[in-house]
Write a protein that binds this ligand. Structure first.
Ligand code: SAM
Ligand code: SF4
Length: 327
């Protein structure tokens, strides 16, 4: 088992396979998108496969494929078929736009779960948030995943005046469907930086809406290392969660690391990259060299997201797009 310098196990890697996306969510990037990296600056699938072999041998048991939008990367499915057996659990995060057609293959390769991003069930609000009119395609993916019985976590970022009215309608999905609907605090990873001086929809305010609409909301035990505080509405099939992503209440049990599409290791979401894996690989590093560099980074992990921010170069505040990180 891998441990960091604070005694936390490291078992979970989120690997971003592209910084490109087919949506333009307001909380993630400006309307014109982001300056995407040249393709040769992105890790090749061969480099990613090598990395996965290495980290799974070191103790990573869960891998999440993310992006940008992972399904915009050509031949993603071929890549998934090559690596699906490496971790114990393979998961994927997608906006669902182009994913419905691949659901049977995801099922066949034994994918453990899909996180589907959906901030509203209302077509106009969907267009305002994602700047695209494609809600119907996300819903196709939603129903395809349900039919295939692939576990779904539905992620909604709560934004003031944008989709706060969607908290209850989204929670109501758990009445008929055995899914986990999670409400996430908005973070300043939007390509521009903090938009409001104070976060209005923090986890307490989200919870207060749920509690007042569902007075008998039940608290569930949270899974170990989970970032989500989980609840159940009695009689409903699914569960509801709240993720304090900006308040950072969960750092003490954080078991995750990230590798961006350009091959930068992040040992905390809020750091600005602590090891350039791509440069190491492309300069001929052996597996042993890579392993040593990774272990050194794990041994120098900030204890929480606030400390990670103080370690950023020139103390630059967080403003990069989540599309370059993977969420
Ligand atoms: N494109 C895919 C998707 O949207 O599911 C995968 C990548 S996306 C960056 C991963 C997750 O990050 C999504 O669930 C999205 O809602 C979340 N996210 C993006 N920007 C965010 C922000 N500023 N604050 C909180 N969550 C954010
Ligand atoms: Fe694309 Fe996901 Fe960012 Fe939305 S949240 S713009 S779908 S990467």
């Amino acid at each position: 088992m891998l441990y960091d310098n604070h005694g936390r196990p490291i078992t979970y890697l989120r690997l971003s396979v592209t910084d490109r996306c087919n949506l333009r969510c307001v909380y993630c990037m400006p309307a014109h998108g982001i300056d995407v990296m040249p393709k040769d600056e992105i890790l090749s699938f061969e480099e990613m496969e090598r990395l996965l072999h290495l980290v799974c041998a070191m103790g990573i048991t869960k891998v999440r494929i993310t992006g940008g939008e992972p399904f915009v990367r050509r031949d993603l499915i071929k890549f998934l078929w090559r690596i699906h057996h490496l971790p114990k659990e393979l998961h994927i995060t997608t906006n669902g736009l182009w994913s419905a057609q691949y659901v049977p293959e995801l099922k066949a390769m034994g994918i453990k779960g899909v996180n589907l991003s959906l901030d509203t069930l209302d077509r106009e609000r969907f267009q305002r948030i994602t700047r695209r009119n494609e809600l119907h395609k996300v819903m196709q993916t939603f129903y395809a995943l349900l039919n295939a019985e692939i576990p779904i976590k539905l992620n909604a970022v709560v934004m003031n005046g944008m989709n706060d009215v969607d908290i209850v309608p989204l929670a109501e999905l758990t009445k008929d469907y055995p899914i986990d609907v999670r409400f996430i605090e908005e973070m300043p990873f939007n390509g521009e930086g903090i938009s409001e001086p104070v976060l209005i929809w923090d986890y307490k305010k989200i919870l207060s809406v749920l509690n007042s609409h569902y007075p008998d909301l039940q608290k569930l035990d949270d899974a170990p290392h989970s970032t989500s505080m989980e609840y159940k509405i009695p009689g409903y099939k699914g569960t509801v969660g709240v993720i304090a992503a900006f308040s950072r209440t969960f750092c003490g049990t954080c078991n995750r690391i990230r590798v961006t599409a350009s091959g930068m290791l992040k040992t905390c979401l809020y750091d600005d990259g602590v090891l350039n894996i791509k440069t190491l690989m492309r300069s001929g590093a052996s597996d042993n060299d890579l392993q040593t560099a990774l272990l050194e980074a794990f041994n120098n992990r900030p204890k929480n997201g606030f400390e990670a921010e103080t370690r950023r170069q020139n103390f630059a505040p967080v403003s990069e797009s989540m599309s370059t990180i993977g969420g």
